[in-house]
Design a protein around this ligand. Sequence first.
Ligand SMILES: [Zn+2]
Length: 332
Amino acid sequence: MSSADTTTEAFADTRPSSAEDLPDYAPVPRAALGPALNEQGYYVGRVERNLYWVTDGTYQSAFLTTSDGVVLLDAPPTIGHNIQRAVDEIASANGVSNKVTHLIYSHHHADHAGASSLFDGSVARIGHEETRKLLLRDDDPARPAPEETFQDRLTLEIGGERIELAWHGSNHSPDNIYIHLPDHDTLMLVDIVNPGWAPVYISNLTEDVPGYIEAAGTALTYPWKHYIGGHLGRLGTRDDVTLHQQYMADISASVKTALDTLDPTPYFQKYGVNVWAGVKGYLDAVTDAAAAPVIEKYTGVLAAADVFTPSTAFWVMESIRLDFGYASYVHP
Ligand SMILES: [Zn+2]
């Protein structure tokens, strides 16, 4: 296999002594990259009208300046204090308030919410009821639970600006929501599509693969022009979402072909009573066989397709086996 194995043991056993010993990967396509960061390590730009986005190149946050104050959408800790710096920069340029009065959580994960305690106790915290439940469970002082929650839908009118929140079932996490700004032609949906890039480990560390795959289609049922995905250095377009759908569909199809064609017998013959070794040998082989044609097709199209497609193919394979019962045979 030409692809690098980034799964567990093989990766943990790698003890490179220097950078030269590390594996090489395909170059990142220019189109995957976003604008340059400033000296403080962030970029802030206008999405549309009074909606802005902030990135550190890996994570994204967004905010809306309104006559009632600033509405912040997620607070990733890697951007941290640069969130307020970005707000200050825009607020002073436009002569509007820089006070963050509302904070909307896309979901409970610390990598998108871990700087939310930087905003003081008077901020109104809004999120899905499951986000509240999970944050109360996690009991992390960096992520105070939202007090204003909803179940399926919540339309907010803040300073005359409309924000429509919706929950369409579990996907990446059980509580991940759609943040639609209809008057800004924008959808924020975090940890589903990484514009220009392949998903990170196991389809963006997804808990519910069928829900994750469906989410991109649900995103396209909304009217919008700008997509805020929460990751990497640029905004997305509808074409990015369509490309992601095709990538995931190609992985699913390739996994089915590999499950249909790979014979497990030699792995179980070789390892005998060590059935876990047989399982690992067989499923790793299915993963590699499924990933290979997808890596070939998407190298140069999606950044890091060669880095993370095997991990996502493994996770999609497990969903196809366990959620859909594919290649699951009842003993005669
Ligand atoms: Zn997440």
